[in-house]
Design a protein around this ligand. Structure first.
Ligand SMILES: NC(=O)C1=CN([C@@H]2O[C@H](COP(=O)(O)OP(=O)(O)OC[C@H]3O[C@@H](n4cnc5c(N)ncnc54)[C@H](OP(=O)(O)O)[C@@H]3O)[C@@H](O)[C@H]2O)C=CC1
Ligand SMILES: O=C1O[C@H](COP(=O)(O)O)[C@@H](O)[C@H](O)[C@H]1O
Length: 488
């Protein structure tokens, strides 16, 4: 057995929404992996809260089944499973009601013991304020407490502000961890290292040398059991407002003074730079929205949902960051469900060399491109042009330099939630969104939502299993470009 991390005080990790899809599919498996690696501080407890009438034993059965379903088979170890189960409890409580909170108080009170309390709010964001108020009324909020907010935080700028105000009434900003699991992906963090721990990219990472950037998050799954939530949200709120804009920020931001370092000094360096990017996004309003966005819906969506709907399951859009570094460089973003393949990639496409040096050559010189693959098969590829070997004239040949995580590192990449939950327990907020970032992102997408609503624009249908609507291709084709790697 691996020894627990004794450098951290015990943690009472309370998950509101402890029987939900997110908790069972991501959070508990993430906590299990920490248990397996001996990273859960001694004395740590995990308390699932929901309205379901479950005692500890039945909740442990539910969690156990979820671990069998969602943890890699070769990671299932009897010892770790047993240790985790002894930490797990369930409390039946309607978080929207004022009744029943004394039981939580009884469970969490640990007189005289130093303990970090984490409240993970894996419920709809209209419950965030009431939950925080109840916790405060019971004296369960101390400076050592942290609250984790799941997305979406509100459904527009005004509601997001209301939720943030309600949480901010009880917790200081330093205690609030707004989770975006894309920031927990190894390959996303590697983007920071690639950009800033090497010298060769920075001189060409600007409008002089970069032609455009593409960010694609394409999924093969549909909305599954999350139809009720998704149909109110749509792809722009569900994916673009958070994950895709966060990725854009990491590509476009200026070098922060440091990444990491002492808690309390480091987190804002990165978050300040991301915020500047969000604030530099050229607003999309009125007719610009019609030109720069595509809304799509897969043809079987209504059938899957059980009723007709005009919610988008696909978005493509063209954004611009108006600052010295990026003026004039398009950032094309697209995301959708039930597409032909699951992939999340960032492509930075560079310009042609300023002078055609090989006029008599055979073959073609393709512009350089850096592809960062977040999933599947995490890694990076630098596309370049090489000389085809052989005598005679010069033959140009497309080639690439590649890095795959699987071949390069022995360790597996931790799942994003696993990594981020550890950061919460350790109180490291760098990879979490600050309030001003979330609100700036809502501020940018809101006029798009409004325009779509005002013009009653219907999503264009696309067939499941394809690359999405052809209109998304035209968005780039108009400017003489094409999406990379999306053969129809
Ligand atoms: N699932 C996912 O992959 C992701 C989810 N999220 C967000 O996380 C949140 C939870 O999502 P998800 O797990 O999918 O949702 P589910 O509908 O699967 O689960 C909701 C959970 O909340 C509990 N719950 C609902 N109302 C109350 C209440 N009044 N008091 C106490 N518990 C309550 C439910 O249990 P019960 O009904 O028994 O009370 C259940 O445990 C949502 O805001 C979602 O947007 C964000 C990113 C990804
Ligand atoms: O936050 C969300 O992300 C998932 C996609 O995450 P990934 O890590 O599998 O790319 C998406 O399916 C879901 O709709 C959204 O809420």
């Amino acid at each position: 057995m691996i020894a627990p991390d004794l450098t951290l005080p015990p943690c009472d990790f309370t998950v509101f929404g402890g029987t939900g899809d997110l908790a069972l599919r991501k959070l508990l498996p993430g906590l299990y992996e920490q248990e397996r690696r001996g990273q859960l501080p001694a004395g740590t407890r995990i308390i699932g809260v929901s309205r379901s009438p479950l005692d500890d034993a039945r909740y442990r059965d539910l969690v156990s089944q979820a671990l069998f379903d969602h943890v890699a088979e070769d990671h299932l170890e009897a010892g770790a499973l047993h240790r985790l189960m002894t930490r797990v409890h369930h409390l039946t409580l309607d978080a929207g009601s004022a009744e029943g909170w004394d039981a939580l108080h009884g469970l969490l009170k640990r007189d005289g013991e130093e303990v970090v309390r984490v409240y993970y709010l894996a419920v709809a964001s209209d419950l965030f304020g009431p939950i925080c108020d109840r916790l405060d009324d019971l004296g369960l909020v101390t400076p050592q407490c942290r609250v984790v907010l799941e997305k979406p935080i509100g459904s527009d700028l005004a509601s997001s502000r209301r939720v943030n105000d309600a949480v901010g009434h009880v917790f200081e900003e330093r205690q609030v961890f707004r989770i975006d699991h894309y920031l927990g992906k190894e390959s996303v963090q590697n983007l920071l290292v690639t950009r800033f721990a090497n010298v060769f990219l920075e001189p060409i990472w600007n409008s002089r040398w970069v032609d455009h950037v593409q960010i694609t998050v394409s999924e093969t799954v549909g909305v599954g059991g999350r139809g009720e939530y998704y149909d109110k949200a749509g792809a722009l709120r569900d994916m673009v407002q958070n994950h895709l804009l966060q990725l854009l920020c990491l590509v476009a931001m200026e070098p922060p003074t440091h990444v990491g370092g002492a808690v309390g000094t480091a987190e804002d360096a990165v978050r300040d730079e991301k915020l500047k990017v969000l604030r530099a996004l050229v607003p999309l309003t009125g007719p610009d929205v019609d030109r720069a966005t595509v809304r799509g819906q897969y043809s079987s969506y209504g059938e899957e949902l059980g009723h007709p709907s005009t919610t988008e399951t696909f978005v493509a859009l063209r954004a611009e960051v108006q600052n010295w570094r990026w003026a004039g460089v398009p950032f094309y973003l697209r995301t959708g469900k039930r597409l032909g393949r699951k992939e999340s990639t960032i492509d930075v496409a560079f310009k042609e060399p300023p002078h055609a040096m090989f006029p008599d050559s055979e073959g073609v010189s393709t512009p350089n491109r850096l592809t960062i693959r977040m999933q599947p098969d995490e890694g990076m590829q630098l596309h370049l042009t090489a000389k085809h070997p052989g005598p005679g004239g010069i033959r140009l040949h497309p080639a690439s330099l590649g890095l795959t995580y699987a071949d390069t590192f022995d360790e597996r990449s931790p799942e994003p939630y696993e990594r981020l939950l550890m950061d919460v327990m350790r109180g490291i907020p760098t990879l979490f969104m600050r309030r001003d970032e979330v609100e700036a992102a809502w501020g940018w997408i809101e006029p798009v939502l409004e325009r779509w609503q005002d013009t009653a624009v219907e999503p264009v249908r696309y067939h499941p299993g394809t690359a999405g609507p052809a209109a998304a291709d035209r968005l780039l084709a108009r400017e003489g470009r094409a999406w990379h790697g999306s053969e129809r």
